[in-house]
Design a binder for this molecule. Sequence first.
Ligand SMILES: [Zn+2]
Length: 426
Amino acid sequence: MMNKQFGTCEIVHIPEKEPHDLHNQPTEFVFASAIDPQNANHIVRRLNQIAPLENLRHVKRIQKKVLERGQVQLSVILCAASEGDNQLDSVPPALQELISSFQLSPFITKVCKYAATSKEEWQEQCKIWPTSYHPRTYNIDGITGFSDENSECIFKFMQSAMELATSDGVVVNAAVIVDPSAKQIISRARDQVFAWSPNKENSSIDSSCNRKSEFSSSDVISNNFATHESFQVNESNKQLKQPYTGVACLYPWQWAKQQLHSQSSYYCHPLRHAAMVAVESSAARDRYLFPSEENNGEKPLELDHENPSSTSSPAKRQKTVCTAVENDDDQLKARSQSSNQLLERPYLCTGYDIYLVWEPCTMCAMALVHQRIRRIFYAFPNRNAGALGSVHRLQGEKSLNHHYAVFRVLLPEEALHKCHTEVPQT
Ligand SMILES: [Zn+2]
């Protein structure tokens, strides 16, 4: 994929789980035993009661082998075992009882530790011990690849974020929230940890519905970012040539050190990372477009662009909801609501994408879960505190009630420094 500004680029999906070497998948030890097929049902039922395989739910309890002359041999997993544990001493008494009553001969064997994420992984796993495989039941645009047209769009929005990140001397993180169905920027923001002033709104809200895919940094209000001294940089971030200590998600605790080291000549707000500020602006835009009854009578929020028409944007937003991913309870709910009340306020950032120059920290990544962001694109990994692949992998956290798709737009570090010299002035 060629891109005018950045040369050769690529967009890669960051999966929910760290991919394993296909032929070298992590394994765990278990005790197993051959059993008489006639007793299989009874034994498995009893085992599920006394020794459930809590952390190995993807592993099948029984392995079936067809021997020569069509003879079937069944083996069953009795319980988990620790490495080098050849004794059955640690086995619970109820299981000991089962072993002796059926005269089983336990042996130690291996099973794959994690559920397969692809058919290829699953096929390899079954060579060790059978597992079950549940293919992904949802698809978010891009997981299976992007069209040239979509890639072009993604690069342009990422470029917009890069320009914003470098627009004020010190490089910070920047966030651009986009409605992909209208190819429209909803809000954008720079880090404001060291720049935030309670009396001054520094983020910009793109409220114009006619404004499609315009990319200029001229309308971005520069903030009062104070140049601050560099601190010792974590070794793990050395693959980028510069430390970028101004990037809030890279150094979530930098603000604490900063206060100790300098006079308070600037405002400091530890939570105002770019993604948080962009989300706040997006919410302000929603309050403006969908004023609720409580807000009636209040002075509407002042936007820094011309006022949108009162009908076009809600309609567009509903379209976003309607074309969104299947199999998502929230979106189904939103859809059924939308058919009844066309001007219902949509749920936060449902259906929207966010472009971040750096992989977000856990706080920002969680905020984007709450906002129901659909896709996250970032350019540079965050080895210090990244929550979407580098340190944590929130997109694979099963306990969360929303999952977005995460992509990395592969760009050279030089792209950060190029975007202001090569972008034509508008
Ligand atoms: Zn952050």
